[in-house]
Design a protein around this ligand. Structure first.
Ligand code: GN1
Ligand code: MG
Length: 358
């Protein structure tokens, strides 16, 4: 078996003896490495096309994980990156590729919840992530993808694509464009609250899907969150909202039959409970705005999918020509359903919060 050359750059315990492909991530190239002392590590090549500035990305990731490790009891609850012999958290190889390595602590990830408890565990994990980092100076992190969840800016870009209509698709999607324009003011209100200081800047994960939560093999309880590549300053509401958008929806993000797409209020309640139990440092305003966090991020993603459709599919990978339109429509349906359920969501948040926030 050939050992990846970059493995020799890191301060591992022992000499590498095996190195095999690992996991099924779509972005980075991931290997599992074992040394002659039996120590196990994850070795990863960072996808440079997606992440244009791996040095800053690793500065964010290592600042956050170093901080987390000073706050957790069980060290499996924070990723531990291994320095190179030069004392850096990344290694740049002869081809200009960037590598990093962290301790392999076992555990497993799920692509979909098998029970309410699984979804609840993911809420605890992301809530804990918020909580543990609540006094981390978020403004010191780099914005590795500038304006990532600036909904106002997303709308600006969306309207530009509507106006340019570069591949002549706008005429066929007037209904969708109109829906998103009707939602603009509400969806952008969180960004305005961020700018006015009503909502605090937080450390956000930005990819809060269940499959980024590591669960303990024996107890099935959540250990920590993985994939910190998009850790940035942002709004806690967007992390909460994206979990709901993805995990409390009744259909896949690209379901063609939009009649299948709704918000499951029971799952919304399950996630809200876990998140609020763990994220104790949220302000009352943040808690009150959680339902809007879910709606805003869903509308925002719909503008991103529809923009990409109007641009001729440049950003998101598509499997067929109408894929981005299908995605936009399913997110629009989900957003419309969330909008009609805002009162219910507000009631659930108030009830759960009265129980778990003392
Ligand atoms: C992209 O590839 P994935 O699933 O990690 C996108 C997210 C979207 C998501 C929608 C960097 O994330 O913002 O919510 O697709 N990530 C980036 O499926 O743009
Ligand atoms: Mg991701």
């Amino acid at each position: 078996m050939e050992i990846e050359k970059s493995a020799y750059a890191f301060q591992f315990d022992g000499k590498p003896i095996s190195c095999v492909s690992f996991g099924h991530g779509h972005i980075n190239h991931t290997l599992k490495l074992t040394t002659d002392t039996g120590a196990e590590y994850v070795l990863q090549k960072i996808n440079k096309y997606v992440f244009r500035d791996p040095v800053r990305l690793m500065a964010n990731v290592s600042a956050v994980t170093d901080f987390l490790r000073t706050r957790v009891g069980d060290l499996r609850m924070a990723l531990h990156f291994i320095p190179t012999h030069d004392g850096l958290y990344y290694y740049r190889d002869m081809d200009g590729e960037f590598w990093r390595a962290y301790d392999f602590v076992g555990g497993f990830c799920l692509d979909a919840p098998e029970s309410d408890e699984d979804f609840y565990q993911s809420a605890l994990a992301f809530g804990r992530f918020q909580d543990l980092l609540s006094d981390f100076p978020a403004e010191t992190l780099y914005e590795t993808i500038p304006e990532f969840h600036n909904t106002v800016d997303r709308y600006r870009q969306f309207k530009e694509s509507v106006k340019n209509d570069s591949v002549g698709r706008a005429a066929g999607v007037q209904k969708e464009i109109q829906f998103l324009m009707d939602m603009e003011e509400l969806a952008c209100s969180l960004q305005k609250m961020r700018e006015s200081g009503e909502l605090p800047l937080r450390v956000t994960h930005n990819d809060t899907k269940l499959n980024n939560v590591l669960l303990d093999k024996k107890t099935r309880k959540s250990l920590c969150v993985l994939d910190l590549d998009t850790v940035m300053p942002g709004l806690s509401l967007h992390d909460f909202g994206d979990s709901i958008r993805f995990g409390a929806a009744t259909a896949a993000e690209d379901e063609e039959d939009v009649s299948k797409m709704r918000l499951d209020l029971h799952l919304f309640e399950v996630y809200t409970r876990g998140f609020l139990e763990a994220a104790k440092a949220l302000t009352d305003t943040e808690v009150k705005m959680l339902p809007l966090g879910a709606l805003s991020i869903t509308v925002e993603l719909a503008t991103r999918f529809l923009k990409d459709y109007l641009d001729g599919d440049l950003y998101f990978k598509t499997a067929y020509p109408e894929h981005n339109l299908v995605r936009a429509r399913s997110q629009i349906k989900l957003a419309a359903d969330m909008f009609s359920k805002l009162d219910n969501m507000n009631r659930i948040v108030a009830e759960v919060s009265a129980k778990v926030r003392k």
